[in-house]
Design a protein around this ligand. Structure first.
Ligand SMILES: *Cc1c(COP(=O)(O)O)cnc(C)c1O
Length: 339
């Protein structure tokens, strides 16, 4: 293996040694299989190709100062994949089978877990797809659950550095009562045009508004949104956003720091009242927002006039990272230490 430049990894795909798979056929899940192929043999009429029966997850493993490998909150990912499965009528993989697969694939690829000092981590990507052939619009009878891993650096090249985002009312990533609350590829397909447009204008992401009224803040494409005002951690409650496990963790940490957590509809007018704003997610961790430009109304909200992350974002970031790497005790039982 060519040696990996851990400190300069991007958020991209780097091949590793193995992936693991479980097939659902004749009404039941089979054995866990180990594969060294990067390909999936598939029927051309598979429902994932035609009717979007596809859900995915994203979580990370970290190497601690003690050399041990820690996986963050995988039970939450297992449960969320169950909810995605119900949302688009796919076979439901039991939580224990999901966890078994995650531990196995991380162990098999342990040499790809970046060293503690690098700040990089091993990204774990579970995938569930309908593989059974179907020409009419109906759920498949066969499914494939697959997990691959890849070492990653920060999602945004800037790392823990504030980035600009924009608001564009011409695009939605999810419908008001659609699939925004589950982690399915279809939502991402719907976000590609707006994302590309935003990047071409120099923004790292689109901050979507609620698709029904365009009055409230939703989320930032692949990451949730939160803001800080005084002693409050404020994050949207909405029928069209994905319940982020990172956000859930940060709400807990904020509360433990003595902050008030407000999870509620956030009218766009409040943008001018926040002291800090940020995106959060497994990939983004916490990515502070430097400014939000409302491109339709021609307004700008600036959160980091000196270009530095806000103090509360920084504190939350450090706390979360410390738990993930084992520098601080895992009082919530969020971490699975591999033996
Ligand atoms: C995955 C995802 C997030 C982040 O969720 P985490 O569990 O924190 O990784 C946020 N928004 C969307 C739309 C997502 O798909």
């Amino acid at each position: 293996m060519k040696s990996i430049d851990w400190a300069n990894l991007s958020f991209g795909y780097l091949p590793t040694d193995y992936n693991v798979r479980i097939t659902y056929r004749d009404g039941e899940w089979g054995e866990l299989e180990v594969s060294d192929s990067e390909y999936i043999p598939m029927h051309m009429a598979a429902t994932c190709l035609h009717y979007g029966q596809e859900a995915f997850e994203g979580l990370k493993a970290f190497r601690g100062q003690d050399g041990k490998v820690r996986i963050f909150r995988m039970e939450e990912n297992a449960r969320r994949m169950l909810s995605s499965s119900r949302g688009i009528m796919m076979a439901e993989l039991p939580v224990e089978r999901f966890e078994e697969a995650i531990c196995k694939v991380v162990k098999l690829n342990e040499r790809f877990v970046p060293p503690y000092e690098s700040g990089a981590s091993l990204y774990i990507r579970p995938l569930l797809i309908g593989t059974g052939a179907q020409v009419g619009v109906k759920p498949a009878h066969e499914y494939l659950f697959l997990v691959f891993v890849t070492p990653v650096g920060p999602y945004f090249k800037a790392g823990f550095k504030p980035v600009p985002v924009c608001i564009m009312r011409g695009y939605d990533r999810a419908a008001p009562l659609g699939t925004g609350t589950i982690k399915v590829g279809g939502n991402y397909a719907a976000s590609l045009v707006a994302g590309d447009k935003a990047r071409n204008l120099g923004y790292t992401a689109v901050l979507y508004l609620d698709p029904k009224e365009k009055k409230y803040l939703d989320e930032c494409g692949p990451a949730n949104f939160f803001a800080i005002r005084g002693n409050s951690y404020i994050t949207p409650a909405s029928q069209s956003i994905l319940p982020s496990i990172t956000n859930k963790s940060l709400m807990q940490l904020a509360e433990d720091m003595g902050m008030t957590v407000e999870r509620r509809a956030i009218p766009i007018e409040e943008l001018g009242t926040f002291e800090e704003a940020a995106e959060c997610g497994t990939a983004a961790v916490i990515t502070p927002i430097s400014q939000i430009d409302d491109l339709d109304e021609n307004k700008s909200y600036i959160y980091t006039p000196d270009g530095k992350p806000g103090a509360v974002c920084e504190k939350l970031y450090n706390k979360l990272r410390a738990i993930q790497t084992g520098d601080e005790p895992d009082v919530y039982g969020w971490v699975t230490v591999l033996d």
